[in-house]
Design a protein around this ligand. Structure first.
Ligand code: ADP
Ligand code: MG
Length: 877
């Protein structure tokens, strides 16, 4: 036995779409079969049934109603699956034999166009990656919803991971022979769907997208991306913009781990936007602005010129509060132009959205006028380049009613007066309806039946309804009976049916014509895609700039200045996010200062003292500055950093949880091998993931290495107090510490950063604060005193022995040697001896415990004698 023709058809189509769920249209349902059905029924929580497919065994099957498919598609896409939509290509009633079916579109995480599955303030990137023979990579990125396409060359594999991560790519297209190890690494480190495509040709109809790109290494990924889009979407892609070539090294590099660590776009622990830098800086009024803001934060600039340009605009907008408020309310009426244009071109725009497009365009002249009045050079460019796309606005105003329905299926969206024939149909139907109203009045009068009425339903069309008691009043032969109800009868007349035909025909023609006119309007708008997209770009940038101005104004930020001297001076610096979520005025501002003579700050002080906060605020300030925003300080001067690295000691990296010492070292290695003297490095409690002496040794060696070989601006926090002696040894390292105060035997954190090293670790006081038993605290105190006695002795011997030359501008080799040649330095941290503890046997310890427990005051002398006797006996045993 073989499968039925339909199942055979299914299998033939399914064979071409192995990695997708095949949604197979059957009447009003999309059906899934075989394994697809088993998997989908689980993922979608719908019933798994079966059907006879011509063989003995039944075929597993499940289905979703056609009209509700969107929500099921969303669920599958959110889980990273792909879906092939297979439709009936002819009317089943007219088909001879098997209904012809075809896949009309693939929906994948990177190509979904439905609003339900998209986040307004987040781009939805699809990417293609190709490996060149010389070991470099070509990357093409596109957001199908906005039409944006970018291509770049990346020289290193690390760079590829970083770039995919920074853009939050949802789906990546690779050649089938792409290096499996590398693919595996991406599967592990990045959360995205993968697709295969072996074509790298730019499809002919899309050649214009590749204009100006001649490097084969860039054409390859672009071709792969575009051919994939053509093959999967099977429809107009006219809104795709010309590909823009960009250089990854035009932006500050922040690796994946550091991005997460600095909580740029989401928080580490909860993966929420709330509490991230993106959240802090988001006071945008449009969805496009939201996406632009995210892009900017993910890619801080390196060009001073470009940064200053943004800052100029922010300064101008910050200055003019009233105008900014006006601008904000105008922007508030602008819809998502970018995605609207995408939908216009894609063909799934609805009449409501077209009106949204018009509303948006109506704001532009006002925005231009306002910018012109402001008369600030930083904003004139926006004013001049902003094209109000008047023709598009007028077209929509003329053609589409102000409050149209969501769908085009019943008409009602085209304005009277826009199209002559349409108006005629409307008149015909209107006249017909008037004639019917008149007929009703006439029949009532002539028959004398006051309750007679004319109604309409889809099955019987127009009818005259007379209630049972009045039936006898109808003159013989006046009406033809059509339908009997429990309390009335329905009739027709030939005249009524004739009018009905005219009305219905006119209606049908009207709906058809409206649909067609709407399509024409859509095409006319589509022709203007490029202009609209350019406008959208300007609006979104302007929106981000006003957001920066508003946030800076509200939080008292200052305009940063950039020094060429590699000097960092931030007065009254604050952590922007912590400051915002804390009670107003409670965050303690601190100065951050590293002049040309200082590259490393060694930060010591008690746990919870504010070390991590301090170094993070330096990094966030740098990022905010290079993004073009004002910064949380009273005065800020800093260099332009090329890269930022943050490494957190394994024991402190609570967030990722899985971080092992090996990972910590891997990452430290990454920072050390990529950092330049223009980078910023944060090393937070590095070396904590291993035993103390190991940890100290590694930490010290890392600090020395950075000092001697990299000279990047570095913040190094440690609770290894022992490391503060490095200040004497390394001339560009300075000790600072977070202050704490003892008050009534407990520690009070001042969160104030002070010069020099901390004098105590305060760990015991923190333990006390936490409520550990007094005995334990006392014991710890004793041990500490013992330890400190030893350390003091050691450090004395160290300074006496120290006659090594200070490290300075000696050659790298010499400096490296020094690290090797000074193993004795670690002797400083030789195992400190605990105060003498005699070795005791188990019995002895037991006796001591007993002794300790005795409450002498509640004992008689005789009891005491007895107890003593018993204890002695135990010992002698
Ligand atoms: P450490 O790294 O030294 O253990 P953290 O930087 O993690 O300390 O800070 C500990 C707590 O103190 C945090 O919860 C933070 O909110 C608060 N804190 C840190 N710095 C300040 C400050 N300058 N002003 C007010 N609170 C602060
Ligand atoms: Mg910390």
């Amino acid at each position: 036995m073989s499968y039925t023709p339909m199942i055979q058809q299914y299998l033939a189509i399914k064979a071409q779409y192995q990695d997708a769920f095949l949604f197979f249209r059957l009447g009003d349902f999309y059906e899934l079969f075989f394994d697809d059905a088993k998997k989908a029924s689980k993922e979608l929580e719908i019933a798994l049934t079966s059907r006879n497919g011509g063989k003995d065994e039944y075929i597993p099957m499940c289905g979703v109603p056609y009209h509700a498919a969107k929500q099921y598609i969303k669920v599958l896409i959110d889980k990273g699956y792909k879906i092939a939509i297979c439709e009936q290509m002819e009317d089943p009633k007219l088909a001879k034999g098997m209904v012809h079916r075809e896949v009309i579109q693939m929906i994948t995480p990177g190509t979904i166009m439905e609003d339900e599955s998209l986040q307004p303030k987040k781009n939805n990137y699809l990417a293609a990656l190709t490996a060149a023979k010389d070991g470099s990579f070509g990357l093409a990125l596109s957001d199908l919803t906005t039409g944006e396409i970018r291509v770049t060359l990346i020289s290193s594999w690390d760079g590829v991971i970083q770039e995919l991560d920074a853009n939050d790519v949802r789906e990546l297209i690779l050649a089938s022979n792409f290096d499996p190890d590398k693919k595996e690494e991406m599967v592990e480190r990045l959360n995205m769907a993968f697709s295969e495509s072996d074509s790298s040709q730019v499809p002919d109809p899309l050649q214009k997208i590749a204009i100006g790109i001649d490097q084969e290494k860039l054409i390859q990924p672009l071709g792969k991306l575009l051919s994939y889009l053509v093959n999967t979407q099977k429809r107009s892609l006219d809104h795709l913009q010309r590909a823009e070539v960009y250089q990854i090294n035009a932006y500050m590099m922040i690796d994946q781990h550091s991005r997460r660590n600095l909580e740029l776009t989401q928080t580490n622990r909860e993966k929420k936007t709330y509490g991230s830098l993106l959240w802090l800086l988001d006071d945008v009024k449009t969805a496009m602005g939201g996406r632009r803001l995210k892009q900017w934060i993910e890619k801080p600039l390196l060009s001073k010129n470009k940064i200053e340009k943004r800052l100029d605009a922010v300064a101008a907008l910050k200055e003019h509060l009233l105008e900014r408020e006006t601008l904000r309310s105008l922007l508030g009426n602008v819809y998502d132009l970018e995605r609207l244009v995408g939908r216009v071109s894609f063909g799934n725009v609805n009449p409501r959205e077209v009106v949204q497009l018009k509303r948006s365009l109506e704001q532009i002249p006002e925005i231009k006028r306002m910018l012109a009045e402001l008369d600030e050079t930083a904003l004139t460019q926006y004013e001049q380049e902003m094209d109000p796309c008047t023709e598009v606005r007028e077209l929509i105003t003329d053609a589409i009613v102000d409050d149209p329905p969501f769908t085009t299926s019943d008409g009602g969206m085209i304005k009277p007066g826009y199209h002559e024939t349409l108006d005629q149909y409307r008149d015909a139907s209107k006249n017909g309806k008037r004639w019917i109203a008149e007929l009703e009045a006439k029949e009532r009068e002539e028959t004398g039946i006051k309750s007679l009425k004319i109604g309409y339903n889809r099955v019987f069309g127009y009818y005259i309804e007379v209630s049972k008691p009045n039936l006898k009043l109808i003159p013989e032969g006046r009406y033809e009976r059509r339908q009997t109800l429990s309390n009335a009868e329905r009739f027709i007349t030939p005249e009524l049916k004739e009018k009905e035909r005219v009305i219905l025909e006119a209606e049908e023609k009207r709906v058809g014509l409206e649909f067609q006119i709407f399509g024409d309007v859509r095409l006319k708008i589509k022709e203007q895609s490029e202009r609209l997209q350019k406008l959208a770009r300007l609006i979104s940038s302007l929106d981000v700039l006003q957001s920066f101005a508003s946030v800076s104004d509200q939080n008292g930020y200052v305009r940063p200045q950039f020094s060429n001297e590699r000097a960092l001076e931030i007065k009254n610096s604050r952590h922007p996010v912590i400051e915002r979520v804390m009670r107003r005025g409670t965050f303690v501002a601190n100065d951050i200062k590293m002049d040309e003579t200082c590259d490393l700050l060694m930060i010591t002080g008690p746990n919870m003292g504010g070390k991590s906060t301090y170094m993070r605020q330096a990094a966030l300030t740098a990022i905010m500055a290079q993004v073009g925003c004002f910064v949380p300080a009273d005065h800020a001067e800093l260099p332009i950093f090329d890269q930022i690295f943050t490494r957190i000691g394994a024991a402190d990296d609570l967030v990722s949880g899985q971080s092992t010492f090996m990972v910590e070292m891997d990452e430290a290695n990454y920072a050390l091998s990529h950092a330049t003297q223009n980078s910023l490095i944060l090393l937070d409690e590095i070396g904590r993931g291993t035993s103390t002496y190991d940890g100290i040794a590694i930490a010290q060696a890392i600090v020395e290495f950075i000092h001697d070989h990299i000279a990047a601006k570095t913040f190094f926090s440690t609770h290894y107090h022992e490391l503060t002696f490095l200040e004497e040894k390394l001339d560009r390292l300075k000790n600072i510490h977070v202050g704490a105060m003892e008050e009534n035997g407990t520690v009070v954190f001042l969160h104030k950063v002070l010069e020099g090293q901390a004098d105590k670790s305060y760990g015991i006081h923190v333990a006390k604060l936490a409520g550990l038993p007094d005995v334990l605290i006392e014991r710890a105190d004793t041990i500490l005193q013992g330890l400190e006695g030893n350390a003091a002795a050691d450090s004395k011997s160290y300074s006496e022995a120290d006659d090594a030359p200070q490290s300075d501008s000696r050659g790298e080799a010499a400096a490296a040697q020094e690290v090797e040649e000074e193993p004795e330095q670690l002797a400083l941290f030789a195992e400190p001896k605990e105060p003498e503890q005699p070795q005791r046997s188990k019995t002895e310890r037991k006796v001591l415990q007993e002794l300790n427990k005795i409450e002498l005051l509640s004992m008689t002398p005789m009891d005491a004698m007895n107890k003593l006797f018993q204890l002695q006996k135990t010992l002698k045993k």
